[in-house]
Structures are given as C-alpha cells and as structure tokens.
Design a protein around this ligand. Structure first.
Ligand code: FAD
Length: 489
C-alpha cells in the first residue's frame, strides 16, 4: 500500500506530502488552482507585492522540522527572523503603544501608556505560559481521537491542574478580572481572533495564545509569508512529490468501504491511500456524496472570515510597524455584530500589515504595501458588495482620523478579498479562515479527526480538522496524519 493521493496543495497538504515521501510513499498532490499554498499565497499589484493571506508566523519549528526530516539544514533553505515588536496599537482617543515581544518591556509600556500595573501583565503572560505548558501537547501536537493521547504523562499533567485551565468562563471574563484597565483587557482579548473566535464567547483557556507571541515568538520569513509556501513547494518536489495543478478532484472513489482512487478531470487515478487537505465539509458534500457524513462535526459554527483591502500607499508612515492594530471603540459590539448579527460593525478594529517594513522590494521607495483587514462574519448569504463599500468607508474614516492623513488620496493600487472569494479559491466552508470557531469549550473535541472512522485509508489534514486553523496547527495536522502511516524504509 504505497501510493498516496493528496487533495489540495495547501500548506498542510504539502507538509503531509513531504512527510509521507520521506517515509517511502509515492505521493501525488492535486490542486484545483494553478498555484500551491491555498490561503498562503501572494499577490502583485503594479510595483507592490503582498502576502495575500496569513501575515503572522508563529511556531516556525513546524516548518524547520520538515527540512530536518528531509536531511536538509533548514537554515540553508528557509530563513526567518524574530520580531522584537509584536504590534503597534492605536486607540481612538489618541493613545498608541508598542507591544514589545519582551514581557518586561511590554509590561512597562502598558504601565506607562495605559496605567496598567506591570505585575498584572507579567502574571497574565505567566499564566499563558502555564496553559501552553500543560495543554499544547494534548491539544496541538497529538490526535484527540486516539485513546493513548489521554493516557500519557502530558495528559496526566493537564488533569492534575484541570481547575486552573480556565474552561468555565470566557476569555473576556478572565481578562477583565486580571487587568485594571479596559484597554489592556481589549489588547489581550484580541488573541481570540487568532483562531477566528470571539473573546466574549471563547473559553479563557484560549489565553494560551499570547504565549505563542511572547514566549515562543513571532516571526517573519526573510522574503515574506509566501516564502513558507515557496520553500515547502520546492522541498516537496525535491522529496519526490508529484504535483498536478488545475486539477480539481471531483470524487473519492470507494470500494467496499475503502478508498481506491480519485476522479480528476474526467480520469480515474488509482491510489492506496487518500489524504484530503480540502475543507472537510466540502470533502463530504462534493467528493463523498454517498458516504454518511458526521453531521454533528460538519455543522459546528464556523470561525470568522475577513475582508481585506490590498493597498499600494504612496507614502511612508514612521509611526507604523509590520503589524498595526487600530482598535474599535466598542469591542463587544464589534464581536456581537460578527457572531450574533452576521454583520460588520460600523467602527471595526482595523489591522494593517505592512511587509515592506521588513522585506526589501515589497513596495517602491517612499511607498508601503498595506494589507488592511477587518474581521467579518463567515458568509451566510450577506450582500457582500454592499458590505464592502460600507466597510471601505468606515476603514478610511478610522485610519485617516488616527493617522491624521487623508488615506484615500494615497491609494495607488487596490485589490479586495472577501469571504466568497476565500471560499471559491480554497473550498473553505462559508469562507471561514480557521474552520470551526472555538466559541464553546467543547470545540476542540468537535473537530473532525485526522483519520476517517468510516472509510478505510482516508485521512484529513488542514485548517478544518483537528487540531484547527492557522499555520502551526495545519502543519501539526499533517504530522498527526503521517503518524498513522508505517515507515516503508
Ligand atoms: P488551504 O490553504 O485552505 O488550501 C486548501 C487547498 O486545497 C487549496 O489550494 C485548494 O485549491 C485545494 N482544494 C480544495 N478543494 C480541492 C479539490 N476538490 N481538488 C483539488 N484541490 C482542492 N494563519 C496563521 O497562522 N497566521 C495568520 O496570520 C493567518 N491569517 C490569515 C488571514 C487570511 C486572510 C486567511 C484567509 C487565513 C489566515 N490564516 C492565518 C489561516 C491560514 O491561512 C490557514 O489556516 C492555512 O493556510 C490553511 O491551510 P490548509 O492546509 O488547511 O489549506
């Protein structure tokens, strides 16, 4: 049983391909697009280059490890640097601050600018580190669908401190109690958006996320985020993985409850094993129409999506950094709009990512490449044309007000990405960025497993299955999938 067909050349599909090729399998990856990387792609507008999807890189070791198992030194193939400043934050009342990656410097800045006692910030980061130490192994690095996951040393370590894992209140409730100032609460609440959830709904256990930035570190590849895709694509090809682009898979072919191949462009390709990197809702609906789908897992509420304006800006802004946040004046109302009303709040939090601050050549001299993103609901049939027009006005009002410059006049290139296009380009159900939301405390247990329980030799990786969305978790899913395959060497 040597051959593997992978559906999708997203980062998880490519990582699974690299790992399986290294175990001695013959791997072919099919992608409907004419490029690899799925959501992790790039865009060129005139003289500007943009990373089109993810902008924050954490846990780089998941990428490095793919080189190491391929007997290559990652340093020679994939270079990235650690950020000393995680983000610049701007509030409507004129207060702004720099969130250093160094906990002590961050705590001092929050005291200076917001009046937050340093002890509170340091205690919050210590707690985040504690959560990571007790939960990462259980919820990120392993399958949650193997009994043995729950009977090892790491699992028992978590059970012993169950009461401290903060499962029974929301992230906001915990942060409001922890911090003296509303602005600090808002800053730490923002980490819920790292997996497309609401701080007012997601359990406080998600306070594990700040540790990724302040403990493990935030990074940027030397040539921008798209370098992750390029490096993995090259490594996969060098490992012997075959790629077929413009090749949308139309069917997973089964015989007696076992996979036998894939139907692509009207042709049947036999395979012993199939790994789907396609969104799992779409996999069941479109490729396995005759297989009983696990309805409960498929129907879980989806994460938020995004509306992104890619703007070529003909000016340099010294007050801006690689990551910049312009906060909403009412965060709770913003999330209420996204998750309860399925709408966009008139005063959204605006995220501006400017890779030209770090990557030479991403914008012409004197100019910057702005990736301007707001969190929006996943697609449930809203009038996106209307929402985009309104959102652009609100974003321009906010940015122009805080930066005291008419931003509209500086835009010389523009492209837009909305939830409908995210879904059509990557199959992501309802255009969600991170698969299911984590807006309830059972979410981790309601993601689809990495190995099918119904169909023999069918596996799943990527942001819509366990352990969840985001680059590190997708790469972890590929590692978990591969652990089911015996080494053929
Ligand atoms: P995807 O990227 O979802 O790709 C799936 C691939 O499968 C696509 O190439 C698609 O063409 C292919 N495919 C689908 N169906 C078929 C078929 N039937 N036949 C053949 N091919 C098929 N993560 C972070 O870590 N940090 C961030 O800052 C961050 N920001 C984000 C911002 C945006 C705007 C978006 C969209 C996402 C962001 N994410 C971020 C999430 C991250 O991009 C995703 O979790 C991750 O890239 C998903 O990878 P994946 O392997 O699941 O595949």
């Amino acid at each position: 049983e040597k051959t593997v067909g992978i559906i999708g050349a997203g980062i998880a599909g490519m990582a699974a391909g690299i790992r399986l090729a290294n175990k001695g399998y013959e791997v072919t990856i099919f992608d409907g697009n004419d490029y690899p990387g799925g959501k992790l792609t790039e865009l060129r507008l005139g003289k500007y280059r943009f990373d089109a999807g993810p902008s924050l890189f954490t846990m780089p070791d998941y990428v490095d490890e793919l080189f190491r198992i391929s007997k290559k030194d990652p340093k020679n193939h994939f270079s990235y640097k650690q950020l000393s400043n995680t983000a610049n934050y701007f509030f409507d009342d004129g207060i702004s601050l720099q969130a250093s990656a160094n906990p002590q410097l961050l705590a001092t800045e929050l005291e200076d600018k917001l009046g937050e006692p340093t002890a509170n910030t340091l205690a919050a980061l210590k707690h985040s580190s504690f959560l990571y130490d007790h939960l990462a192994d259980l919820f990120i690095h392993r399958s949650l669908h193997d009994v043995k996951t729950f009977f090892n040393r790491q699992a028992f370590k978590a059970y012993k401190v169950l009461h401290k894992l903060d499962l029974f209140r929301t992230m906001h409730a915990a942060n409001r109690q922890r911090f003296a100032k509303d602005k600090t609460t808002q800053l730490f609440n923002r980490y819920a958006t790292y997996n497309g959830s609401s701080p007012y709904l997601t359990p406080a256990t998600m306070n594990i996320i700040p540790h990724l930035e302040f403990g493990v570190g935030a990074f940027i590849p030397e040539k921008g985020m798209h370098q992750i895709t390029e490096s993995l694509f090259t490594l996969a090809k060098e490992s012997g993985v075959e790629f077929r682009f413009n090749s949308p898979v139309k069917k997973i072919i089964l015989k007696s409850g076992k996979v036998t191949g894939l139907r692509v462009n009207g042709q049947d390709h036999p395979f012993d094993n199939i790994v789907s990197n396609m969104d799992m809702v779409a996999t069941y609906k479109r490729l396995l129409p005759d297989t009983k789908a696990p309805a409960r897992l498929l129907n879980q509420p989806k994460s938020s999506s995004a509306l992104i304006f890619y703007w070529g800006i003909k000016k340099n802004f010294k007050e801006l950094d690689l990551h910049n946040i312009f906060f909403s004046g009412d965060y709770q109302k913003e999330f209420d709009h996204i998750f309860s009303k399925g709408d966009i709040y008139a005063d959204p939090t605006v995220y501006v990512n400017i890779t030209s601050k770090e990557v030479i050549g991403d914008a012409p001299a004197g100019c910057e490449n702005w990736f301007v993103m707001i969190n929006v609901p996943h697609n449930s049939g809203q009038d996106w044309e209307l929402l985009k027009v309104r959102a652009k006005e609100h974003i321009l009002t906010k940015l122009s007000g805080v930066l005291k410059t008419d931003i509209a006049k500086l835009i010389e290139e523009e492209a837009v990405l909305d939830p409908i296009r995210i879904e059509s380009k990557t199959s992501s159900s309802q255009g969600a960025l991170y698969g299911n939301s984590s807006n309830n405390r059972f979410a981790a247990f309601l993601r689809h497993p990495n190995k099918s329980r119904r169909v023999k030799n069918l596996y799943f990786c990527g942001g819509s299955v366990h352990p969840g969305g985001g680059i590190p978790l997708c790469l972890s899913s590929a590692k978990i999938v591969t652990s089911y395959f015996p080494d053929l060497h």
